[in-house]
Design a protein around this ligand. Structure first.
Ligand code: ME8
Length: 645
């Protein structure tokens, strides 16, 4: 039996740049691949980008460039970010790669020849941003002005859907429903966590239909042509899912890699992976992947971090803000935070405070302090050298850690590693070798052994820092798993702290009044007042885009100047449902005391940003010209929280 462990991530849409959500799945896959490689297994890891479809075509159009040029510009942003985050995939697939396109066309031909594709007229509710049809019962009712319902909203992105009728090609997916159900029930296709397995079975129980796998070229031209009908392109999901096999195939590795040991995905794309994809594989006569592991959401500011909501945190901004001249520490702290903060499978909330807390407590205090303490004590009490060996207890810790890693419990694995660090710190504290120099080497040999094990356990999470740890003990790099229990000679080198405490440089915007064109730590464009800079809009926006702005009437309850700034006021604004703090660049026009009780218009769902150490949650709208600013307000006394539309 092959010992290959092939792990994949979703291939990400290139309609926008990558954010923390994308980094999360990709880091998790990298951690797994590093873990299995360390055990000497043949681990393969593939990620990539999903380049076809309406979203990408639309993004290219908005830039005024053709879709291929847009993809050529965006794909490296993903690949470069992965490099920056010490993510090392074996393959990076682009769906515009020729061999992938050929593979998709061949798959379509095969299914067509087998009578598994049919042309039919189809009428349904279509969501353009999500590129999918919904049934009537899926839709979220849309309230009309009179309070009634009209049409409906997409249940995923909450934007209006359209009624479309068109002739299309259908993959006869329903024929495979029973086999998929059995595969999932028996764990031949394992769905993790178990709650997600039940969710998929529940979905199947409601009835699996056939899958529309084409789009008329008249409506969408950016896709892989349907080989047997030049008027159509392939539905982007049918194209994208095939990447998991087309990649290994064109690298000449299909027999070695496939079936995948684990598809890591976010819970948003469970149905496509757990129902569409197995049906496609069955139809093509290919084995099913061994498992699908669906993780939860990273939320930010109370909502799922997502490109369409716009509340995304750009990992590059985060690294820049925390770099502090030591990119290694910032990158590893970021990887470690994402893997340790939240149980894989559950939702988590991203905040800078949580990031700093975990960096400080786990990496600076527990791991970093242990290393510098052991190294300096060995230098002082043992002449810098001793013979160390991991202990029997360490062996049992490695076993527990392996069980956690092999069941995708990354946060549990880091907890186990951290417990080793804390226990070792405590045992040094109790033994107080500085008071008993004659027996210091026993205690420190034990601690150095534990550190060596710790570096091996942490290596998948903090690869560069784990090697630095081992090097301070005189090893060339962190040892491979499962660590050797042979004694080894330690020869210490004293160095800089492994993880200095995090210092945030509020770059690029947060330390100063934001100016037009600058971006905050989450990639949110800001202007001096939080107002757009007066440029012409590059394209029209839809009514849905306007609604998404979350404009509300607020009443100012308190206002004060922010020290050492000329323009900034800190406002407390009652928005009906809640009262918030926000920072507005209006101090040159409005004295704080003149604002109390005034009505203002607030963008209530703006990405929070820290400005001069104050978390600003929203933006006050003003009209602006060369002379100055004028607050926008309703002409009558509307209650706080009234919608602006
Ligand atoms: O769905 N929290 O691409 P996509 C956690 N191209 N993970 C998140 C996240 C969040 N807030 N936001 C995104 C697609 N992700 C398709 C996939 S695969 C054959 C085709 C991660 O760019 C998570 O892995 O919308 C999620 O499933 C994926 O990004 C969606 O990326």
């Amino acid at each position: 039996m092959s010992d290959a462990f092939y792990v994949t991530t979703p291939i990400y849409y290139v309609n926008d740049k990558p954010h923390i959500g994308h980094a999360y799945t990709t880091i998790a896959a990298d951690v797994l691949a590093r873990y299995y490689r360390s055990l000497g297994r043949h681990a393969f890891f593939m990620t990539g980008v999903d380049e076809h479809g309406q979203k990408v075509e639309k993004a290219a159009r908005a830039q005024g460039i053709d879709p291929q040029s847009h993809c050529d510009m965006m794909a490296p942003r993903f690949a470069d970010l992965w490099k920056r985050l010490s993510i090392e995939p074996d393959a990076f697939l682009r769906t515009t790669d020729k061999p992938h396109k050929k593979f998709v066309a061949a798959a379509l031909d095969k299914l067509n020849a087998a009578g598994l594709i049919e042309a039919r007229d189809f009428e349904g509710w279509y969501c353009t941003p999500c590129e999918r049809y919904w049934t009537e019962k899926d839709l979220v009712p849309e309230k009309t002005e009179g309070g009634g319902n009209e049409g409906g909203l997409c249940p995923d992105c909450r934007r209006p859907v359209e009624r479309l009728t068109e002739r299309n090609y259908f993959f006869l997916m329903s024929r495979f429903a029973d086999r998929i159900k059995t595969a999932i029930e028996t764990d031949a296709l394992e769905i993790l966590p178990k709650s997600r397995k039940n969710e998929v079975l529940g979905f199947i129980a409601q009835g699996v239909g056939d899958l529309c796998i084409s789009r008329p070229k008249a409506r969408l031209s950016w896709g892989i042509p349907i080989p047997f009908d030049p008027d159509y392109v392939t539905y982007v999901w049918f194209d994208a899912l095939l990447n998991y096999v087309s990649g290994p195939e064109y690298l000449g590795k299909r027999r070695e890699w496939w079936p995948a040991a684990a598809h890591l995905i976010g819970k948003d794309i469970l149905t496509t992976h757990a129902v569409y994809w197995p049906a496609m594989l069955m139809a093509l006569g290919l084995p099913l992947p061994k498992r699908i592991v669906a993780h939860g959401w990273w939320n930010f500011a109370g909502e799922k971090m997502s490109k369409s909501i716009g509340n995304v945190v750009d990992p590059l901004d985060l690294l820049e803000a925390y770099d502090g001249g030591n990119p290694r520490a910032a990158v590893d702290a970021f990887r470690y935070f994402l893997m340790s903060e939240v149980t894989f499978g559950l939702d988590g909330t991203f905040s800078l405070d949580a990031f700093e807390r975990r960096w400080t407590s786990d990496l600076s205090n527990d791991v970093g302090n242990l290393l510098s303490r052991v190294v300096s004590l060995i230098a002082k009490l043992c002449g810098g050298e001793l013979l160390a060996a991991p202990s029997e207890e360490d062996r049992s810790i490695v076993e527990q850690y392996r069980a956690a890693m092999e069941s995708f419990q990354f946060s549990r694995a880091t907890e186990i590693a951290l417990k080793l660090a804390r226990d070792t710190n405590l045992s040094i504290q109790n033994a107080a070798p500085w008071s008993h120099p004659e027996s210091a080497s026993d205690c420190l040999a034990h601690a150095a052994g534990a550190l060596c094990v710790l570096s091996a356990l942490l290596k998948p999470f903090i690869p560069e820092s784990a090697d630095v740890m081992a090097q301070r003990l005189g090893l060339p790099e962190a040892p491979a798993l499962p660590v050797s229990y042979q004694p080894y000679r330690v020869h210490v080198t004293i160095g800089e702290p492994l993880f200095a405490r995090p210092v945030r440089v509020d770059a690029p915007h947060a330390g100063a009044a934001p100016v037009a064109g600058q971006k905050n730590i989450s990639g949110q464009p800001l202007s001096a007042t939080g107002i757009s800079s007066g440029q012409e809009p590059s394209s029209f926006v839809s009514i849905a885009d306007v609604k998404n702005l979350g404009l509300r009437v607020g009443i100012v309850e308190a206002a004060e100047r922010i020290e050492k700034t000329k323009k900034l006021l800190k406002l407390t604004v009652n928005l009906g449902s809640d009262t918030r703090t926000l920072v507005a660049g209006i101090a040159e026009t409005y004295a704080p005391e003149t604002l109390i009780g005034r009505r203002v218009v607030v963008v209530s769902n703006l990405q929070p940003a820290v400005i001069r150490g104050i978390e600003s949650r929203g933006m006050v709208l003003c009209a602006a010209d060369d002379e100055g600013l004028s607050l926008i307000a309703p002409v009558s006394e509307m209650p706080a929280g009234s919608e602006v539309r």
